[in-house]
Design a protein around this ligand. Sequence first.
Ligand SMILES: [Zn+2]
Ligand SMILES: [Zn+2]
Length: 302
Amino acid sequence: MKCGRCDNVAAYSRKYSGENLCRNCFSDSILQKTARAISKYNMIKSGDVVGVAVSGGKDSLSLLHVLKKMSESHNFKIKAITIDEGISGYRDEALEIVKNFCDNIGVEYKVFSYKELFDITLEESLELRENEKISSCSICGTLRRRAIDFGGKDLGVDVIATGHNLDDVLQTFVINIISGDTNKIGWMDPDTSSNKTRKIKPFCEIYENEIVFYAFVNEIPFQSEQCPHMNEGIRTEIREFLNSLENKHSGIKNNMYKSIMRISSVVKDSNYKQRKICSKCGSECTGDICSVCSMLVNLKRD
Ligand SMILES: [Zn+2]
Ligand SMILES: [Zn+2]
């Protein structure tokens, strides 16, 4: 089978569009899709320093690879931010992968640790929690978001980019619906220009399986071993459900994504009026104290 864009042999069939692409044209298409999302949502402005949050997994390393290529022909710079949660064994391998990759492609990077920032590692916080119902991923995710914000400030970046893909967006939406966290749907709006810290997801319109193929085609080394504390629970079930729908009805994820974008922008506008400042740390939040401060207070309580 031939590539639809050149004379090479096709290596990828994009079911939802009917396109067949060779390895090169597939990679180019990922760059084009990413560039389209960046310009549609005004994610990067001329002269910006973009802090890319890099975990060592396929999404964030592919994003770093794509943004590095783009930065060579556009007026923005990138720096990498890596978080060390303090997960013995697991994180060391990822840190090594990130270090080598950044050295190879010539990107400045810096590691920020939970221990340094919060005086507690993830593993220590898991031991302190009394309520087993708080999942390790929700503790870790809350701390990670704050650590990335700190890293961004420390490195003097204008905007923070994360590797979240379209599948992540859909799963998060369903989780927010199921858990009744309707405010959080407003956080999903890709336009973050009114936030204190701008956060962007340049891969938000790209299917997860296409990122995997991009990493494969471009020989990007990534950590495939899962975090030992991973307790994804319902997210895995939702991922499988959405994948099975997509298999039977190509393009259904794209449709759902478009609907989510419309809903999130409406919810965001109504949330905007209720924004407050955390009394402990000064971050933006919706209550008197932000989610990070209230979690740390609960964990460290004697
Ligand atoms: Zn081609
Ligand atoms: Zn706070």
